[in-house]
Design a protein around this ligand. Sequence first.
Ligand code: UDP
Ligand code: MG
Length: 321
Amino acid sequence: MKKISIVVPCYNEQEVLPLFYEEIQKVMAQIQQEHNDTTFELLFINDGSCDTTLIQLRELAKKDPQVRYVSFSRNFGKEAGMFAGMENATGDYVVIMDADLQHPPKFLPEMYNYILSGEYDCATTRRISRKGEQKLLSWFSRKFYKIINKISQTEIVDGAQDFRFMTRKMVDSILSMKEYNRFSKGIFSWVGFRTKYIAYENVERAAGTSTWSFWKLFCYALEGFFAFSTAPLTISSVLGMVSCLVAFIMIIVIVIKKLCFGDPVQGFATLICVIFLMSGLQLFCTGISGQYLAKTYLETKRRPIYLVNETEADLKEETES
Ligand code: UDP
Ligand code: MG
């Protein structure tokens, strides 16, 4: 028998959960028809939702033995949700997918076949369009992928998503990366393994709203830069060296002008501009070093990536007693 764990991070997904459950049931039945040695586990991660998500999950777990859930003590973010899902999944294969049906369950049979073929350890989808997304956001996303792939050794595929069908080997490798500042897009490619990309057109959310604001995405992009590249540090050193060189040349020019041509040293305005420019540069570069230091600080604290408040096991104990 082979078991597939489907991990679904949920944050305030009360509107889409019933839709998701219905859809996934259909696809699970379809897979079971094709491969009758396959069983499932639906593992929902409630990431500190403030709506009825948890209540719905309890109900689902009561009536469906395939359903499990892990409920966090607060909102830890999707990265923590995915990590908790992989850590608690008991299947031979692990699927990670969003609850909002933006990761269409209809791809699962195809992904499973790629994995069963033995040629791949991971099957994932790749958006080839960004339909339904704000123009400005798409532009920034494209630039982000361009820059990060220039400055990072780890390839980060444009349009690749967290919708993944993975073998146990790959999941265990990801779990061995215990870092606190998690940037999954990088982690998935850093661990390597053979990955099949299935191209598809972007789908909009089935219901509810995305929690990703422009600012949140911007911070996530910075997270990516700092987690998977040290190029910003090199850039700041180079900037420092270049400005020293320019200053050195300027000194020589001024001295020669004064000694040979008796030019009085002029340019109060220029001086102010240069001071501003230089102090700006210095702050910018200190800021970059500070970012790495802050990340290191957080890593050294070795705080847990998530904290659990309740699981479906608690529910069973409650009903038994
Ligand atoms: N999510 C989560 N914790 C969060 C934010 C989001 O677990 O703090 C989940 C959310 O419930 C959904 C998935 O992550 O299943 C993707 O979130 P969303 O649809 O808001 O992001 P987008 O599709 O816009 O990237
Ligand atoms: Mg979404």
